[in-house]
Design a protein. Sequence first.
Length: 259
Amino acid sequence: MTTRITPRYALALLLSASVASALGAQPIADRVSRAGNGSVRMSFATRPELCGRGGNIHRGGDWHGNFGSGERNRDVEWDSVCDYGPGRLVLDKRDGEIVAVRFYVGGRWRANTDGVTDLGAVPAKEAADYLVSLASTLPGRAGRDAIFPATIADSATVWPALIRLARDEEAVFWLGQAAGDAASAGLDSLSQDSSVDREVQKQVVFALSQRPRDEGIPILIRVARTHRDPEVRKQAVFWLGQSNDPRAIALFEELLTKR
């Protein structure tokens, strides 16, 4: 049967499109806030070099990491070994508060929609900004679990926000993994910040060890030579020892001959 496009029907279509457009333009936080208890899910574009299946995220020739466990696959199912996007985010709400964050790359949503509010596809940059806001406000594991998906949203630059969050060891780790030259500069600054406690400083040193050598090695050498905390200096020396870099070997010779 063919639907006849009457002026009234055309107006209804226009109004429906306007409402949908307005909903899409509303901040993600507002849309999540209005959703009831249960699960809120959304999807967004991830960086093109990444693919995933379950909690595993794949970049290039190596598995990037295992984000969570098989239990987290209850929201999504897969047909292929590794899917290139999208990112799929699930927020569990209880008593109006977000209590858990789950994330996947690829696959498709499972058919069960009981207690699920689906926000559909959202802009990747807005998703990253929202996730960073969750990381800074949600307590415990939920806040930590919001960091990683923010780092792989397509065309999103999150390292300045991660620098601000870097008292959280999880933020420091992903900062070192995901950021470029500017992040190394931020890590260098953070390694000299006397207000950051020892354990986070050690995580900063580890993050520096994961950076490209020409970025990380000079900073690690400076930390090994001059950092005020002997435990942090020792950590820097350890990671320099793993690098087999000639500059590290020269430092070791220098330190040993001064004894």
